[in-house]
Design a protein around this ligand. Structure first.
Ligand SMILES: Nc1ncnc2c1ncn2[C@@H]1O[C@H](COP(=O)(O)OP(=O)(O)O)[C@@H](O)[C@H]1O
Ligand SMILES: [Mg+2]
Length: 248
């Protein structure tokens, strides 16, 4: 089986500081991979290197067997890599529905149809995404009036409208209430299996709800990889988190 994503020896130096250092990662079809690690471990930079937002100093990135290491950010997006940023990028004055509709045209010019609408089951898929993110009764509301959680779900929906084959999310539950976080874990559990996702997260209780395999980074490199119980019982991981915000 060809993996969806394969990072080999991925390295990124900023002058003489190495933010990502020989990082290896393989993610398979339908997997939800959690990327964990203390602040400054290199998680966001790794996502930047996958999406082409930043260039690798060395190493390689393959998407479904294709070498995307030297592609531009736009080319990589066209290969089906979708990303939700930490800071939401919704259009506040537009309704939720209109935000969904610009989600794709934003990337590919004003006359393109949304990626999901080009599918033979486009209409059904469009409605399904709205259902998954739970905004069916908020479609006419200006995005600026949504709660923090709803704004995040809108953005997740907008990325899904692009029909990505790999979806990257950086700290999707940041700033959410406990209730919003619980609903977000429902969303991720629904996406799992039919979507391939990498989710960067700090919140261990959230990770516990959604993770298959967890990859822990430390100082730009792979520290540990395994199931939630393997990670929680890993003494090296526990040591790295000691004195920081803790792993529980
Ligand atoms: N553009 C940059 N220039 C210099 N250093 C950077 C830059 N981006 C990130 N870093 C450094 O790289 C390290 C990893 O950052 P980051 O990937 O954001 O970590 P994480 O997301 O795991 O908290 C940090 O020490 C950060 O200060
Ligand atoms: Mg980060």
């Amino acid at each position: 089986m060809t993996s969806v994503l394969e990072l080999k020896g991925v390295t990124r130096a900023f002058n003489d500081y190495i933010a990502v250092n020989g990082f290896d990662l393989t993610v398979n079809e339908g997997e939800l991979r959690c990327l964990l690690g203390p602040n400054g471990a290199g998680k966001t930079t790794s996502l930047d290197l996958i999406t082409g937002r930043q260039k690798l100093t060395s190493g390689s990135v393959h998407l479904r067997g294709n070498d995307i290491t030297h592609m531009s950010e736009q080319q990589i997006a066209r290969q089906g890599v979708g990303r939700k940023f930490q800071v939401p990028a919704v259009f506040k004055e537009l309704s939720v529905k209109d935000n969904f509709e610009v989600a794709f045209t934003r990337e590919r010019g004003p006359f393109a149809n949304m990626a999901v609408m080009r599918r033979s089951d486009g209409e059904a898929r469009y409605n399904e995404i709205i259902e998954i993110v739970g905004l069916g009764d908020r479609l006419e509301v200006p995005a600026g009036l949504l709660s923090h959680g709803e704004t995040q779900w809108l953005e997740i929906g907008m990325v899904l409208m692009q029909d990505p084959s790999l979806l990257l999310m950086d700290e999707p539950t940041a700033g959410m209430t406990e209730q919003e976080t619980a609903k977000t874990s429902d969303i991720f559990n629904e996406l799992k299996g039919t979507h391939t996702l990498i989710v960067v997260e700090h919140d261990m209780s959230f990770v516990r709800e959604i993770a298959d395999i967890i990859t822990v980074m430390h100082m730009g490199s792979l520290l540990a990889e395994g199931t939630i119980s393997e990670i929680e019982n890993n003494s090296v991981v526990r040591e790295v988190y000691l004195g920081s915000e803790g792993i529980s």
